[in-house]
Design a protein. Structure first.
Length: 84
């Protein structure tokens, strides 16, 4: 079977931010850390590229990379039973 996952995202773009570096400005693992060392302000705007496509290829991006929470649709059967 063919893989249905994306393969066109660079390794750097898909690496999450190091929480230790984010909180303390340093990480004991240094260059051996598998996460990105980028300081992002807590009140920074959400990265529009990340919000749109789910990744950002700018290794120095200082905007927040957060996924939008999706609300689950209420089942139509459950919806009917709650309106009776």
């Amino acid at each position: 079977p063919k893989c249905t996952l994306r393969h066109d995202v660079s390794t750097e773009a898909s690496r999450p931010i190091c929480v230790f570096f984010q909180r303390n400005g340093m990480c004991s693992k240094g260059d051996a850390c598998p996460f990105r060392h980028v300081k992002v302000r807590w009140d920074a705007e959400i990265c529009p590229i990340f919000a749109k496509v789910g990744y950002c290829e700018d290794p120095g991006c200082t905007l927040r990379h957060v996924a939008k929470k999706k609300r689950a649709e209420l089942c139509t059967v459950a919806r009917r039973s709650t309106t009776k």
